[in-house]
Design a protein around this ligand. Sequence first.
Ligand code: EPZ
Length: 421
Amino acid sequence: MEKIIVNGPCRLEGEVTISGAKNAAVAILPATLLVAGKCHLENVPNISDIRAFVKILESLGSKIEYVSEHEMIIDNTNIHTTVAPYDLTSKFRASYYLLGALLSRFGNAQISLPGGCNIGARPIDQHIKAFETLGAEVEVKRGNVYATSKKLEASSIFFDVVTVGGTINAILAATLVPGTTTIENCAKEPHIVDVANFLNSVGASIKGAGTDVIKVTGVKSLKQTSSYAIIPDQIEAGTFMVAAAATKGDVLIKNCIPKHMEPISAKLEESGAEVIEYEDSIRVRMNKSPKAINIKTLPYPGFPTDMQPQFGTYLTLATGSSMIVESIWESRFQYTAELVKMGATISYHDRTAMFTGVKELYGSPVKAMDLRAGAAMIIAGLTAHGATEIYDIHHIERGYENIVDKFKALGANIEYEITND
Ligand code: EPZ
């Protein structure tokens, strides 16, 4: 069994370099399926979700060559099946992007119902609606999703809810469809813009990504002429920003896009931290306990749900009571029970949690309930007195590259421990 042990408290100080964005990479890898040739990607994070996606693509016939740890060439000339393996696709959510990409290039696709973090009901009805609007037939049976179409046609798609995955899937499905498809009520997250930029760089015609109306004019085929570098990870950067403030530290977070960090920077500043923006880095300094603040998670440019557990942890040590309203995922407060084991005072009902600041947390065995909850447990361990043992760390490894080494380089007393039980 593998666990992470953090001996706290500590003060983080120094520099950390942020990796490529998980949620952009897990969309851009399947997006390469639209190119009947080679794609060269840079700044690909070395995380388990990407390693799983590489296996899925290889099972479809992609030839993948690693040029270096973060750089790969994917050759999708000889895709021999559009049926993705159940055991791999059922494990994570982003496998749904195979539907849009395979449907667009080959007219059919089969994946398992996507898995992923247990943070709430994760329907894909809006993805299916987008495919059907373009003329596909979609059937969900015995845990699989089957999408087929003789001929997709450009159309107008209107999302009933703002969905990141649905927006990207609609773009993927429409990219090779003749005519102009209009997608309305789109999500605006930075990784949606990154996927559109990648596709435009290989010859697609996508306008409006980053706004709530996107227009995709179908092209006959795509071809890469130069390599594409994936954007830095907004949530990894935000996690280190919060960790710096929570430990009353001073950390320069390098290779991030300060514009993407604004909802996070604003809340840190409101809590009393100093946030200094540079061109492609951010410095966070803090020398006191945070002030209590209130947060409501919202689609971008609102406060990201993927930063909610990290902020919740930070606020356990605030002066006063803070309230967090989680409006995206209904089960995203499960981590609070773990923090209570460490001495936090938290109560929640439905989608609202109250955090009453305590003087200190103490180390204890806790579980990484999901990816971001796992990162939150590391932050808790850094601030707590004594040893925090974090179990189920495979969740953390899905989305954070080298997290133990990165925290260690900032002065944390943190280690992996592998036992044979
Ligand atoms: C993406 O998930 C991210 N995952 C999530 O990050 C993130 O929490 C989420 O967007 C919100 O920002 C990836 O990019 C791989 P949604 P996604 O479709 O696309 C409802 C992390 O920690 N909805 O924007 O699955 C849904 O229930 C992960 O990195 C429908 O009702 O999220 C939710 O309430 C966790 N029908 C809301 O929309 C649908 O068909 C937003 O979901 C689709 C979604």
